[in-house]
Design a protein around this ligand. Structure first.
Ligand code: ZN
Length: 599
């Protein structure tokens, strides 16, 4: 049994102090290391850079520690238990890292627990100690790590926990502090939500909506459920959004305005997005935490692990996250069509869809999707957004050829049954084989084009089969995400995204072959004047509203510290905002698709 103790002697300095005890170290030299990435977030983060000190001892005698590389250390000449004491700097307020101050603590095991190389399969015991600071005596602790010695207990206290092996140890994030907590039952399973931060929330409303969402997913995949308890950990901040899936829990970050205020009656777009995030991460409990790419079965956490399959694991999850909100009655059809229209807009606005396939986007997640630069819209497509549309196309295709007898729902249920019967990981062709089998016709060419191709998706035709018409309109400004009608779309476009700065408008990105690029403007430039007048957001927007296609304009910009002048000829605004309309509200296809029922 490998033992860890984690606490903090100085939370104000953001340090976790950890002791690792290895009863049987490798006599040839014991290596310990910290992961370079956290499963679910495909970027090398080199968590070991936060180790500020490390020392080893054996039988009370200090042992030399040799650093081998950026993430690993070795202690040699041992024939007795080894103790390693180290200190970690935890000041990354995100769902991926570790964060500690005198108000709360949060960590992922990937940020704090050194792996004992060669002993990753051994079970672990963890003592989590209350950090030493004023007020911490009232802190509670939330995690799905099982309480040591008390099977199934769950009391939000500091103490001893256990994990069956290292991969389990790093898959149960921990939150500590003063938090708002509520629980509910769904599918006979205890669910908790723990919220930290400063906020006001209509907890009953949130609880009701979450219960519906969890019930939906549990029914969707059927018995048995993947977990016997579940925890939503939510960090509420001024401005933030994100989530990371774990086997029995999820870490979420949201803005305080995303939560339903007690005085709020209406269903805000922000609250819908938050429910969509909860739905997304919960769906991952099946799709990616259990049904997963074969290469993720025992991933090497020291380097990139490549897969073309994220279109399925993120895309299908993104497709069902919002669809489940509708099917469970949390949102109405018009809300759902707005969200879907926004996803279509996200894909269709970027030229990257014409040069990168969803499979390529997934494979290059490490260096492209997670490291987007100002040219991203021209060069890449999101495997989330395009993956959602691929899932939509597959679902509607299966429904259309089978008269709604089969759908993507069946594909997911087969994948889940295969997992339950012991299948170890999904390969590239596996999902396609299941789809073909369920379709009872060969859809290989159709699927290859969706997944590996860069042709336009057959969205209009497929949506028509469920009585939905897809149209495109011009945008009303750079903030217009599409998805709904707009009375005053702009007649012209510059093709730039700009942001107001004290000295002018910074060009954040610029699309290919648009007037601004043809004129010579570049991302990073600061526009200081338009037609001789000082540029700010207000003058920029007014200028666009009043201009017509073909008109000539003068821009003054700074590129670094060099003043430049450009002549810009505006063109007609591109119609790239998707709007979805129901053509037959009583359509049988529409009803079956949205209710998720097979005929
Ligand atoms: Zn996801």
């Amino acid at each position: 049994m490998i033992e860890y103790r984690i606490g903090s002697m100085n939370p104000a300095a953001h340090y976790f102090d950890i002791t690792l005890i290895i009863p049987e170290p490798d006599p040839e030299g014991q290596i310990v290391r910290l992961p370079a990435w956290i499963p679910g977030s495909y970027m090398i983060r080199d968590f070991a850079k936060n180790i500020v000190s490390i020392k080893a001892s054996s039988e009370g005698k200090e042992q030399p520690v040799v650093q081998l590389d950026k993430s690993s250390w070795q202690v040699t000449n041992l024939d007795s238990p080894l103790q390693i004491d180290y200190r970690i700097y935890a000041w990354d307020l995100s769902v991926r890292g570790a964060h500690l101050d005198t108000t709360h603590g949060f960590f992922n095991g990937t940020s704090v627990f050194l792996e004992v190389v060669g002993q990753a399969e051994k079970s672990c015991r963890v003592e989590i100690i209350r950090p030493e600071c004023t007020g911490s005596e009232d802190w509670l602790l939330a995690t799905t790590l099982p309480v040591d010695g008390r099977e199934g207990e769950f009391d939000f206290r500091f103490g001893h926990f256990r994990a069956e092996n290292y991969s389990a140890l790093i898959d149960h994030p921990v939150e500590m502090g003063l938090f708002t907590r509520f629980d509910f039952m769904a599918g006979g399973i205890r669910h908790d939500m723990v919220l930290t931060g400063k906020f006001e929330c209509d907890v009953e409303r949130l609880k009701n909506d979450l219960t519906r969402i969890c019930d939906h997913h549990l029914t969707f995949f059927g018995q048995p459920a993947p977990m016997n308890r579940y925890l939503f950990l939510v960090m509420v901040v001024g401005d933030g959004y994100g989530g990371l899936e774990h086997r029995n829990s999820t870490s979420l970050m949201c803005s305080r305005n995303d939560l339903p205020h007690p005085s709020q009656q209406e269903l805000s777009e922000e609250y819908i997005n938050f429910l969509g995030l909860c739905s997304h991460e919960y769906f991952h409990s099946w799709n990616v935490k259990r049904i997963k790419p074969a290469v993720f079965m025992e991933p090497d956490l020291s380097r990139e692990v490549y897969t073309p399959l994220l279109w399925a694991f993120e895309g299908i999850t993104s497709y069902y996250d919002d669809l489940a909100l509708l099917r469970s009655g949390c949102i109405q059809l018009q809300d759902y069509l707005r969200l879907l229209g926004q996803t279509i807009t996200r894909v269709q606005r970027g030229g990257g869809r014409k040069i990168q396939s969803a499979a390529e986007s997934s494979f290059n997640a490490w260096t492209k999707f997670y490291k987007q630069d100002e040219n991203a819209a021209n060069a890449i497509v999101s495997y989330y957004a395009k993956g959602t549309l691929i899932a939509l196309c597959i679902d509607l295709k299966l429904r259309s050829i089978s008269h709604h007898r089969v759908s993507l729902d069946d594909v997911m249920q087969v994948l889940w049954r295969n997992f339950l019967s012991g299948q170890q990981g999904v390969t590239d062709s596996h999902i396609q084989d299941i789809i073909n089998e369920i379709a009872a016709v060969d859809l290989t060419e159709f699927l290859e084009q969706l997944i590996y191709g860069t042709e336009e998706l057959p969205l209009s035709d497929l949506l028509e089969s469920v009585d939905i018409q897809l149209d495109y309109r011009a945008g009303s400004g750079q903030q217009d995400k599409g998805g709904k009608e707009e009375d005053n779309p702009l007649k012209v476009s510059t093709g730039m995204v700009v942001k107001e700065k004290p000295d002018g408008l910074e060009v954040l990105s610029i699309r290919e072959k648009v007037p601004a690029q043809i004129a010579g403007v570049s991302a990073g430039d600061i526009i200081i004047a338009i037609n001789g007048l000082r540029a700010d957001m207000k003058t920029y927007e007014t200028w666009l509203k009043r201009s017509s296609a073909g008109s000539q304009h003068e821009l003054h910009v700074f590129r670094r510290d060099e003043l430049m002048r450009f002549e810009l000829k505006l063109i007609q605004a591109e119609e790239n905002r998707a709007v979805l309309r129901v053509t037959d509200t009583n359509g049988e296809g529409l009803g079956q698709w949205l209710s998720g029922m097979a005929s």
